[in-house]
Design a protein around this ligand. Sequence first.
Ligand SMILES: [Zn+2]
Length: 499
Amino acid sequence: MSGPEIVLRGGRVIDPESGFDAVADVAIAEGRITQIGAVSPAGPSANLPDGPADVDAAGLVVTAGFVDLHSHVTDLPGMRLQALDGVTTALELEAGASPAEAAYRRAAAEGRPTNYGFATSWAQARMGEVAGFANGGTLADFLGRLGDPRWQRPAQAAELSAVLSRLAADLADGALGIGVLLGYAPAVDPGEYLQVAGLAAEAGVPTFTHARDLIEMVPHAAIDGAEEIVRAAGQTGAHMHYCHVNSTSQRHIDRVLGLVGRAQAAGAQISTEAYPYGSGMTAIGAAFLAPERLGERGLVPSSLTFAPTGERVASADRLRELRRDQPGGLAIIELLDENDAADRGLLMRSLTFPGAVVASDAMPLTWTGPADPLAWPPAASAITHPRTAGTFSRAVRLLTRGDEPLGLAQALGKCSLRPARLLEARVPAMRRKGRLAAGADADVVVFDPATLTDQATYTDSTRPSAGIRHVLVNGTFVVRDGSIVPDARPGRPVRAEPR
Ligand SMILES: [Zn+2]
């Protein structure tokens, strides 16, 4: 190997794994970090047409890029907003994708600025095997079908075995686990979920669950959504990852985390994630957004803002109309009140819970005018949930500047090392991510700790985070001097090696 291609010089280097936290140079060559310490100037490199890059990082933090376990983004501007928030790997694990191989192929053909990967999708497997819908299609197609009761009904034995075979085939193709949108299909038999978890246990990969309704919301539910995840971990031995505890638990976050904590203490493999916003966002056709069901979550029609039109939903009749005509249109849903101290406390506890990781639930842009996905920055007619652009900067800010602040290395670990560790047992690439050490993948974020903050809001949702100076993915700049590098597509696939 020749000399370094890039040297990030004199920054405060933080490695969440070793605890290394000191001023040092970081040398990068051939997509990996090659040296940390005092590094001589970068030499000429065949990989960099503009010559060697010696980057002054004095006063900046240099650390591992963020690994997002929960990103639904498939559009270039969405990925760029995530990169500008420090994300170097964005994985679609909760909804997932089936056939997974087709999703990997599409991402490779398009080229992505950030690393990518997919779990298989229980919902899409059911859409094929239970509802008979055609495979594939876009995310918009998928969102449009999400509220369709035909895929949500209890399965016959033959249908269930077809669903399980399809999930198994995707796992054999390298899918990172099984995404289970259970909360979108409340009529599904709890026994089916246990079989899906059993399949994950056999393959040695996690499940990523959007929980069923909690018993406080739906007293007649077949099973409490949190108990169901905990039970599956205990009965099958699978690693059950509990997606966005903040949004599905609402004001029951403490009860849910208490339950998870006791199960973890008893040896169950359960992990949790959260994003630091009080509102959620999903397809307006979702089962739990039916007008007659809003009360279960303490919602009214006007708790929903319909993204394609920007309107607050005025009435139950208007909600019915939107669900009928545009069921895949995304709506922002007020679940917790960010202006309320008690609700902010709940959000913080979902982030500070031991082992909890930061995950964004990032959403693709919704275009309220003509779509122009190649324009950068995105036009004002493009909107999303602020979590797409701001989750990681916001989480680091809140975790390090509150009443009981975490150390910076600890907060960063929730964004990089911990999510990588959740996957690394069966995903070799994850053993080289989430670390800032020689031999690690050169997925690096360089930021100004004094100015790092989210800037996206519900009314200005595509405003990139501030303070992120440089982002490298596999040793290639995707953000340089705070700006997107237009043609950079260094993202690589991340795949599992199932048992
Ligand atoms: Zn979800």
